[in-house]
Design a protein around this ligand. Sequence first.
Ligand code: OAD
Length: 248
Amino acid sequence: MSCAAMQEQNPIVEARSVLASARRILVLTGAGISAESGVPTFRGEGGYWRNKSYQELASPVTFKRDPRLVWDWYLMRRQTVNDCRPNAAHVALAKWTEIARWTRDVQLVTQNVDGLHESAGHPDVIRLHGSLWRNQCTRCGKEREEKSLNYGQLPVSPCCGALERPAIVWFGEAMPTKPMAMAYLTCLACDAVLVVGTSGIVMPAAEFVINAKKRGAIIIDVNPDDDAVPAHIKLRGQAATLVPAILA
Ligand code: OAD
């Protein structure tokens, strides 16, 4: 079926049919999948805190100048996410992936650091941007799980006794090698991509979709608003409604 013909059909039915016949599927999620759980997206109102943009706060330069400011922002985000639960989209993806993986390759790649896919019981999450729930030693780079919601004193690492930072990829920093390699291999091999809740403008995730499309993969996109995802099938609506409907 041509891509133009696909657009004319019911997009939920078309998305289901593409996913049912695909052998290798990449699922790519962004901040929008967690919006209905109560986690603010970046390019909405949640992108500002104490009059500072998230680009300024998620920055190694700002951390060097004022680690307390950056930590306070991340602690605020931990507190927000701590009160949130996975929504129907996270849960449907986790359950569907468990079953689909018996017969197909399905790989979730997320730009999110909130941990809600993991809380929903997702079997295998590639995190491109790190985790809100991990600290990293600023001296040796070693990471550890950390759930604290407040720090009287900024945290120091058990390994080196050095200041710790959030284990999150900041603007201007290199992407983590292993997740990047795994995500890249998945995008080269997949025949369908399900994109949920991302603006489609942040590299490298945006590039994964473009590469997969160039190699012939069918791109399905779930988003209530316009985005830059070059999709064959655009489903306009909220993730917690549409994702369970597609994966039913
Ligand atoms: P954005 O905040 O840029 O975009 C969120 C997208 O989700 C938008 O396109 C919204 O329209 C869409 N959206 C909102 N509510 C939704 C819902 N209920 N269901 C589905 N979609 C919904 O977030 P990302 O594109 O994920 O990186 O941003 C990627 C990266 O930009 C983030 O990981 C962050 C930031 O730089 C770092 O901090 C390293």
